[in-house]
Design a protein around this ligand. Sequence first.
Ligand SMILES: Cc1ncc(COP(=O)(O)O)c(C=O)c1O
Length: 378
Amino acid sequence: MIYLDHSATTKPDPAVLQTFIQASERYYANPASLHQMGVEANALLTRAREQIADIIKTSPEQIIFTSGGSESNNFAIKGLARANKHRGTKILVSAIEHASVLESAKALEKEGFTVDIVDVDEHGVILIEDLKKKLTKDTVVVSIMHVNNEMGAVQPITEIAQIVHQYSRAFYHMDAVQSFGKIPVQFNEENGPDAITISGHKINALKGSGFLALRKQVNINPIIHGGGQEMGYRSGTVAVPQVVALAKATRLASEKQPQKAMQFSKWRDELHEYFKQFPYVHVLSSSQGAPHIVSCAVQGLKGEILVNAMQHEGIIISTSSACSSKDHTVSHVIHAIKVDPSYEKGVIRMSLGEGICEADIAFFKTAFSKVMHQVKEM
Ligand SMILES: Cc1ncc(COP(=O)(O)O)c(C=O)c1O
């Protein structure tokens, strides 16, 4: 099987798994314990935090370990909004955010916050004028993702941060789940997000790991109350082996990023070119988008049919996203980019990742051509 669903999740890197096993066997003590074993586990945790902070360019106490992207997004939006209610009660999100962002913002409506949505163009890039129009003095949190998970649109984050900081007192949170390891992600001294979400299982670490990185002096409320771990923001015994494995995966992803971006964008563009021969295939991803996401829609067909047919040929792909793949409805992202109704149910996503080679891309093309031939005969 050729796995082209890396945006849904990735296989843990063997070196990362090895780190996890070693840390689980040796450093299983509670890092909050006073005894020697606890001290050693805590030292390992501290080192992991320092390594990640160094890569993201913030200070170690600004890295809060979580269970992944959804938790980090919930933490950022709810934590920033609640801690800074005195600044304003309006939350601004883009129309193509992950459900964990949209639903977190919606949940805050019960606490007196209001939510406004920034529109995107047909490529999924936010409309800067709409952002400017909807950003008010009362805006407290803006959450706009770096790379969209369904069709790979990359947002102009420096421009967004500049606008948010210039025209409001809001904090800018960026979901970088799909961008880290694919395009550069760091805090920018000059201008950039105030909080960044990263998920471990999208970068060949283990499921159930991730972090929220904060720029210095960002005021945020805790997400889990209890014993005060994670600088009081997220109580609960820290999963040291998970965190150590995550630090390793973060380093590997960061080191490999330039090479991967070059390789994946070549294959992405090659696939875009290949799809041109099918008049009933509409490509949704773009060469300005993320290197690893290729998305297209086939007229008059259902994405599930294509996923199954491709699986039959030995290729694993997905419909627009793992989250929307089971409810059989058209995703909010596909709605937001206004895909023609005759295409909107036929969206498929191919997402590249570790271990993919030239031959796999060639194999994909052969399989897709065969499937197109079969379905158009039906
Ligand atoms: C853009 C984006 N944000 C957040 C998430 C949620 O991450 P996790 O699965 O780690 O909760 C995903 C997962 O697909 C995603 O693609």
